[in-house]
Design a protein around this ligand. Structure first.
Ligand code: DAT
Ligand code: MG
Length: 139
């Protein structure tokens, strides 16, 4: 994926609470173009694989359980400086530490159930986008 792209998921908690529309509105109003998008659900195995880098962390089991419990919105977003700007838009991992107006501050309940994912590097954006989308699904 090009350096102007990032990968996001609207996580099961935010989908359950009906926040898909508001979150997508904030994302597009912030200058991100949707390049790929779908409503999907990860199996436990998908979530284990997606979050493999965290497999030694104490919250890994909880994280896998949470991320596979219901549908998510997966999307690839395009904007200059996409990875960094999107991390700023979503805010800190723990919503208690997230800046006012960020997506996690507004919609996340806790550090574990924190409403949205954003890739942390260009390399991971590429890997994570390819995990969820075939080339013909990216526009
Ligand atoms: P981020 O999603 O901000 O990149 P991360 O990569 O460190 O954060 O962790 C991935 C996810 O794991 C995070 O979005 C929620 C969960 N998580 C992280 N730290 C946690 C903790 N201390 N307790 C419970 N879940 C946690
Ligand atoms: Mg991360």
């Amino acid at each position: 994926m090009a350096e102007n792209r990032t990968f996001t998921m609207i996580k099961p908690d935010a989908v359950e609470k009906g926040h898909i529309g508001a979150i997508l509105e904030q994302i597009t109003a912030s200058g991100f173009r949707i390049v790929a998008m779908k409503l999907t659900q990860m199996t436990r195995r998908d979530a284990e694989k997606f979050y493999e880098v965290h497999s030694e962390r104490p919250f890994y089991g909880e994280l896998v359980e949470f991320m596979s419990r219901g549908p998510i919105v997966a999307a690839i977003l395009e904007k200059e400086n996409a990875v960094e700007d999107f991390r700023t838009l979503i805010g800190a991992t723990n919503p208690e530490d997230a800046a006012e107006g960020t997506i996690r501050k507004k919609y996340a309940a806790s550090v574990g159930e924190n409403a949205v994912h954003g890739s942390d590097s260009d390399e991971n954006a590429q890997i994570e986008g390819a995990f969820h989308f075939a080339g013909r699904e990216m526009f």
